[in-house]
Every structure is written in C-alpha cells, then in structure tokens.
Design a protein around this ligand. Structure first.
Ligand SMILES: Nc1ncnc2c1ncn2[C@@H]1O[C@H](COP(=O)(O)OP(=O)(O)O)[C@@H](O)[C@H]1O
Ligand SMILES: [Mg+2]
Length: 324
C-alpha cells in the first residue's frame, strides 16, 4: 500500500484578469511509498504548491482522489501520521522557537510529561537548541525554515510533505536539511518535497516527478531517467573527406580542419569507426550526449503553459495571457 496516492486530481482557479478559469492541475497522478524521497519538480507556476496543498487536504480537488495510508484524506488517523511544511511559512512570531513547537506539540496531543523533551529533541535535530528562546521574529529565513521543519516532524510522522524546503537556506543549511531528510528515509519514512532547484533534487531524490502543463510529464527513478538515455553521439574526425563518409547520420559539419558527425544510434557508431578506418582518417573524440535533469525539467518533452478557458459571455477586449 502506498503511503500517499494521488489519482487524477484536477483543480482550477478563477483568474481575475481574464474573467475565466485557469486550469492548474489537469489530472495529476503521484504515488509515494514508504522509505522513499520523491521530488516534485516544475517551473514556477507549474502547480507544485497546489498539488501539495491538495495532498494535505488544504485544497479539495475538483476531480480525482487523494489517499493517505490507504485512507481518505479526511480521516484524522491518516492526517495524524503526516507532517507538512508550507511554502514561505509565516508563523506567529512573538513566540519563541520553543513556545512555538510546544504549541504544535499540544495540537498533536503529545502528553504533557513528554512534551518538553520532544520539543528539545526537535530543536536539537534542526540545530536551533541554543537559539530556542529567541522570538521567531528575530529568526533569519533559514532559521524559520528549520523551526518549520521541526514543526513538521514533531508528531513523528510517517509521511513528510515539504513545499520548497530549501528556499532561503544557505549552503550549510541546505546540507543540514538534506542530512535530516536522508535520515528520515533511513528510518523508513516517506518524504515528498517540491523544488525548482535541480541540484536539491539530484542530491536527495529516489524518484522525481516533473509537473508540466498541469500533469506529471515525467516520473521515475532519477538514475534511470537520466543515465540510459543517450540523446546523440558526436564524433570528431580528422583527415576524412566528409563527402566519402558512408554512414547514416543526423548532421555533419566542418570545424576548422576537423569534421564533426552527429549520430543517433549506437550501431551507427560502429559503422562510423569502420568508415574512418577505411578512409585512413583518425577518430579524435567520441562523446555521448546524455539527457540531463535540466533537459527534462526545461521541457525536452515540450513545455505547455496552462491555458485559460475564457468565460463565454465576457464582452471585453482580449487581454494578453499572463504566465504567473
Ligand atoms: N488560490 C489561488 N487563486 C488563484 N490562482 C491560484 C491560486 N493558487 C495558485 N494559483 C495559480 O495556480 C498556478 C500554480 O500555482 P502554484 O501551485 O503555486 O505553482 P508552483 O508552486 O509550482 O509555483 C499559478 O498560476 C498561480 O497563480
Ligand atoms: Mg509553489
């Protein structure tokens, strides 16, 4: 049974600019299993926050369903096993870090006898033990993120959902954050986090899902999504007349004295090597160009911006579409 299963969710918002509705989610499917870290990637405005808010039950999907630990999202037993860190969290900032966490510990029903110890443990876990009694309004962005993470973990959840958890952290903070997430995974917890920062995803995720055009455009293990996909090969040759080269290729051009050939298939590489030998030339280099996470992210699969469905009766001059 998946820890979290999102099936075919759709969501649209009223767009005040065009008087129409913008469909942000167009059937998102996502599954998170115990012990894995899934990164939800996508450009700004792709719908990551909308997806995560739907996953935690803050938004209701128009269609589709969300199941947590096999239960509907409305079931408190399921919710009790989940922790959530919202994007750009804003907390009541007259409280100190310790008071803030104590408040959440109460909300989660942690017994008074265990509360102080749990709060102290969480503060230590996120590296805030020596600043715990300062009010949150004196916290830096990175410290707010950390206390927010402590809040998300206070009930020892089995599923942790984090919206852009690394934003606002300095390199050391990111490193520490990463270590905490990896430790959660080692302890068999499931983590779903969103990011538009590819390096975070590469460092952390078992699987990634790329949100584009309101759908999961690509999803899979990061290593297999990236490694076994050579997009093309590029060979540099010298002392070869391009006109006599008999090999199926995608492109061929001259670079100074050398000839560059772009090939699509591995078999064509064999043919090319034989041809270079036959013509008495030299193979200077042979480079496989693999797809990168950035290729996937930036729309190797074709970027599709969300469309606006105009209200039929709007008698207004057309307004240019904005990409929020
Ligand atoms: N409450 C809302 N009302 C109207 N539009 C919204 C609302 N929430 C999000 N949107 C729009 O939905 C799109 C996706 O937003 P969001 O889920 O925040 O994307 P992301 O987190 O990937 O940047 C954006 O175009 C945003 O403007
Ligand atoms: Mg967002």
């Amino acid at each position: 049974m998946a820890v979290l299963e999102i099936s075919g969710i759709t969501k649209s918002f009223t767009s005040h600019l065009s008087m129409g509705r913008t469909q942000v989610l167009r059937g998102v499917d996502l599954k998170v299993e115990a012990g894995e870290v899934l990164g939800l990637l996508g450009a700004n405005g792709a719908g990551k926050t909308t997806t995560l808010k739907t996953a935690v039950g803050l938004l209701r999907p128009e269609q589709g369903s969300v199941r947590l630990f096999g239960m509907p999202i409305t079931d408190v037993r399921a919710r009790a096993r989940m922790g959530f860190l919202p994007e750009n969290p804003y907390f009541y900032d007259y409280l100190s870090g310790r008071e803030f966490l104590d408040f959440y510990a109460r909300l989660c029903g942690i017994a008074p006898s265990r509360r102080a110890a749990r709060v102290a443990e969480m503060l230590a876990r996120v590296g805030l033990e020596d600043r715990a009694d300062r009010p949150l309004r004196k916290f830096s962005k990175g410290m707010v993120q950390r206390v927010g993470l402590a809040q998300a973990l206070i009930n020892e959840p089995d599923l942790i959902i984090l919206d852009e958890p690394m934003s606002g952290l300095d390199p050391i903070g990111r490193r520490e954050f990463r270590d905490i997430i990896l430790e959660l995974r080692r302890n068999g917890k499931a983590v779903l986090f969103s990011s538009h920062i590819l390096a975070d995803a590469e460092a952390l995720c078992d699987r990634v899902a790329i949100l584009r055009g309101g759908k999961v455009a690509a999803c899979g293990r990061l290593d297999s999504m990236l490694s076994d996909r050579v997009r093309f090969w590029e060979a540099t040759l010298s002392r070869v007349d391009p006109a006599s080269l008999n090999v199926p290729h995608e492109k061929i051009w001259q670079r100074g004295e050398q000839v560059v050939v772009r090939l699509q298939e591995a078999e064509q590489v064999d043919t090319l090597i034989e041809e270079v030998r036959r013509l008495g030339g030299t193979l200077r280099s042979l480079v496989p160009h693999r797809r990168t996470l950035e290729d996937l992210f930036l729309g190797e699969l074709g970027y599709e911006a969300p469309e606006e469905t105009k209200a039929p009766a709007a008698e207004k001059p057309p307004i240019p579409k904005s990409r929020g």
